[in-house]
Ligand binder design. Sequence first.
Ligand SMILES: [Cu+2]
Length: 680
Amino acid sequence: METLINKLKTAAPKAALLMALATGAVLQSCTKSDGGNGGATADALSSDAASAVYVAPGKHDELYSFLSGGFNGQVSVYGLPSGRLLKIIPVFSQHAENGYGYNEETKAMLQTSHGFVPWDDLHHPKLSRTDGQTDGRWLFVNGNNTPRVARVDLKTFETVEIMEIPNSAGNHCSPYPTNNNEYVIAGTRFSVPLDMKGSTGDVALDKYEEEFRGSISFIKVDPKEGDMELDFQILVPGFDYDLANGGKGPSEDWVFFTTYNSEKSGTLKEIGASQNDKDYLAAINWKLAAKYAKEGKLHEMPANYYHNKLDKNTHTAKSTVKKKVRYLLPEECPGMMYLLPAPKSPHGIDVDPSGEFMVVSGKLASAIPVFSFAKMQDAIKNKQFDGEKNGIPVLKYESVLKGEVKEPGLGPLHTEFDGKGNAYTSMFVSSEVVKWKLKDLKVVDRIPVYYSVGHLMIPGGDTKEPHGKYLVAMNKITKDRYLPTGPELAHSAQLIDISGEKMKMLLDFPTVAEPHYAQAIVASKVAPNSVKFHKLDENKHPQAAKKESEANVTRKGNKVIVKMTSIRSHFTPDNIEGVQVGDTVLFHVTNLEQDWDVPHGFAVMGANTAETLIMPGATQTLRWVPKKAGVYPMYCTDFCSALHQEMQGYVRVSPKGSNVPIKFSTGKKKQNIPGVASAK
Ligand SMILES: [Cu+2]
């Protein structure tokens, strides 16, 4: 059988081999049992905690925070410091609350090369950047399971784009924007065999070492509109790639990835991937990669991936299927990629605000290595190599190391920075956040968290200019922290004041599903741009009825098309007859309101879908195939006015082949016009 390497060579005659990148690790899940008396809170709680998080009724929070929903596939938005839940933004999962993924306009967002996939495991929200600082325009998020990257528009808090990532399997170290969103970078967690036809190959699993490869994707972002496009990939050795982060300042041309399983074990990885004393931090010069791509070092292979975008004017998503992907091979691109030895199976890689220090959290290690970017540059210049791996130079550990944070705690996972010379690292096993100085790597403070913290987040704590006032710890285990709710408890975030020398615990707030990571931004960068309603004039939905006189019901074969309007407090039409069993009824509902915060909902009895929630000025479609003759109520689901309960109507469904004509009306005036007709 032809090996993958040969296939790659055939596709790329001048090509040599493959290479590697690095990213981070996988959380171990271990349960910390800390009794059940809930007594731990008081110990760590600051005495003025209540006033520090109190946001009076009617007052706004200082910050927006965006917490990933983990296995429920959404992002939830909380105000900080109050911890008040402001919104849930569905991304990869259907959301009954607003019909996302259920209504006809958004179904295409969830299309993939595997078909309709209405779920994913969303781990990392990352805010868009301008000059290395959060700019409040977009939020990029990853789908871990069926590899996808999505973009949320922070004007509307809506998912507006989802792109599948080919040659990936477990899009974990993703999506990491460079300092001006030149690229959003996404690495695969699982390596897989590539069949060079757009999917993973049908390869014997014991061929892991020879046949499996990883990939790092470079997604271009349009600076004005934010539209994404997969520019190229780098095919890398068959390790696992865990987490990533971009450089800044002197290191801004670089991105860094942690790797594990450099042993290339294909089974029982908890042992197989822990044999080597060191795995790697992979460093990639993305600017050089882009240059190589431009200079014709690219190869091309067939691919098959979906790119789904929401059209601004029709509020309707469209899918495009992409059939090719371009790639670089590291061994053909000298200077593009290096490997830095890191403690075995490292997880987080975090670059400090100055861009000089790369902090690698080895979850199994007793120290936290801090690498120096300046030393890395010198080591490259002086060729201080310790051999190579798949053609990629491995730098000598000592030549790139600034130093180690000694005995910081157990199970270091992630580090963020306050912009005042301090770093904060989460300790999964010892359930604490540890503060240390970048200057001398000395631990200066620690605070217990409850329990088993994964990521932590400081607003802007991964950017050039952190807002070093608060830290949010996202904890995997809650145990005794809240009133019990059966076998499963709410996951928990904890807000910690980091403005002083000593950290102070301020607040517990339960979260929706399982937040992995979060980002936060001062409200003033987002709030002023928030859209209040969509302009009806700009609604280009082909089935929009922009006034009641445009509402109508028409039959085309067994399709019944209802162009309906909603305004406080009625639908037009609200009486419909002539529908038959087995018809496909499309209710295209346009919300005529031109006012903030007045959505109308629409639901019909027995429909095998969710209601749809229509924003002012927009049109959304509920599809219904009635199965039995009868009279079916329909109504507005969102309490919109004092007469909301009156916002209702009926659809009569007659047996198939019945001679009841299409009829529709609102109020007294009845019309009975087959074909196109108006209701008033
Ligand atoms: Cu209503």
